[in-house]
Ligand binder design. Sequence first.
Ligand code: HEC
Length: 124
Amino acid sequence: MWKSAKHLTLLAGAAILVSNSLLMTPQVAVAADEAKPQDGKAVTEDRKKGNCVSCHDYAGAEMPGNIGPKLENMKTRYPDKADLRARIWDETKFNPNTIMPPFGKHKILSEEEIDKVVDFIHSL
Ligand code: HEC
């Protein structure tokens, strides 16, 4: 007898969990939307997006790495944004041994996100 009562309690617990997660879903979706990078700086620095700062330093970068070159004056180095974009899209084209992930080729970032990153890096 006690066994089935326990069963019922478990079931009720599970039902609460399910309804909680159902209730939570919209909130989680909203939070994710808010956390979605809105501009190039956010995409560049988001650890789950560009995470460029793990390898690159630039003025204002938080806890940057120094595996890659400093991302400053890229405007001078790449006056044409398309050239800068090409490096970010697939650096392996220029250096097959690079450890920089090919953000476009491997679809790590969307084309739109890459455009935003390019605009941001070009503005540094
Ligand atoms: C795992 C480390 C790593 C990550 C992450 C990384 N890079 Fe790089 N990046 C490098 C290295 C190393 C180089 C040096 C060139 C090479 O290896 O071919 C480089 C080169 C570059 C260059 C060319 C610099 C120059 O002087 O010509 C640009 C621009 C660049 N990275 C931008 C970015 C951006 C923007 C991101 C994020 C979307 C990023 N990198 C993420 C390691 C990284």
